[in-house]
Design a protein. Structure first.
Lengths: 124, 182
């Protein structure tokens, strides 16, 4: 049984390693959570992202956006590395998430075949 | 939507868009009275009276960019299809409560689905929002309040991957216990 006692132990453990974490210059993952995104499977994508971050111990800001008018491309997930263009990936599956995390988020290479849009850094 | 838990996630997104700082999710599975009740209550900005009549219309939205808003209409349809209804109570400045009822055993009543996934998703994306989850199955009730969890965490973010991992186990075990569990 998961207990609050376990949570307290976890807190003590995390407090030791947390000093390096702050929100400046973090990469960002943005998931389309409008009705269209949710209907297309955004929750599974979010779960896959959560698992990847856990597995690889990544410090990333995970956030959401509503419907952006590309409903037919949902589920959508954007990746933005600090100072770089924001890339939108479309029609992705939970399986694609691992690839995008490894190739783009960690190694910095856009996964061109899954990308559907690019928003220039500093734009909109 | 294939699952009622996806509707809950969708309505919770409305609460987020309305700048809510507290979202309460109540689920009451009463198989004896053959009633399922789902309620999502927030303290967001609320819906103006003159718009309240329109929000169930799929061609109404408060968004400025595109003139459709399907979330509430779809949820209402899911309830109506299972001998239930959807009610919205909202006041500007105090918040919105959406209540959906269903005949529990109705053949067209969608399954609740992955409730844990919905709850964890809302917390993961909105660590600053307080979420209360209260789920009753006859005599058993599960109550989770992010404020209690955060009080144990101090400066550690609730959506830290390691904390989310703990929380997932905590939520899934809690829901399993409602249905008999160990």
């Amino acid at each position: 049984m998961k207990s609050l006692e376990e949570l307290r132990e976890l807190r003590a453990e995390l407090e030791k390693e947390i000093s390096a974490r702050n929100s400046e210059g973090k990469p960002k993952i943005i998931i389309g959570m409008g009705t269209c995104g949710i209907a297309a499977g955004a929750r599974d994508i979010l779960q896959a992202v959560t698992q990847e971050l856990r597995k690889r111990n990544l410090d990333v800001i995970t956030t959401q956006t509503g419907c952006i008018g590309m409903c037919e491309q949902e589920p959508l997930m954007d990746v933005q590395l600090p100072g770089q263009d924001r890339i939108t990936y479309g029609k992705i599956t939970a399986k694609d998430v691992e690839r995008i995390v490894v190739e783009h988020l960690i190694n910095g290479n856009v996964v061109a075949e899954l990308a559907v849009a690019r928003l220039e850094e500093g734009g909109v | 939507m294939r699952e009622l838990s996806l509707h809950i996630l969708d309505i919770a997104q409305n609460s987020i868009a309305a700048s809510a700082s507290i979202i309460e999710i109540y689920i009451d599975e009463n198989s004896i009275q053959d009633r399922l009740t789902i309620r999502i209550a927030d303290n967001g900005r609320g819906i103006p009276q003159h718009q309240l009549a329109q929000v169930m219309d799929p061609f109404f939205t408060s968004r400025k960019t595109r003139g459709v808003g399907l979330g509430l209409a779809l949820f209402a349809q899911a309830a109506k299809g299972a001998e239930g209804e959807l009610l919205i109570d909202s006041n500007v400045g105090t918040g919105t409560t959406v209540t959906a009822t269903f005949r529990y055993s109705h053949i067209d009543r969608a399954p609740l689905g992955d409730l844990a996934g919905t709850l964890l998703g809302v917390i993961m994306l909105n660590p600053e929002v307080e979420v209360v989850y209260q789920h009753t199955c006859l005599e058993r009730t599960l109550c989770i309040d992010t404020r209690e969890i955060k009080s144990e965490l101090g400066s550690i973010a609730i959506n830290h991957p390691a904390v989310m991992n703990w929380l997932e186990g905590f939520v899934r075990e809690g829901i399993d216990d409602l249905y008999g569990g160990e």
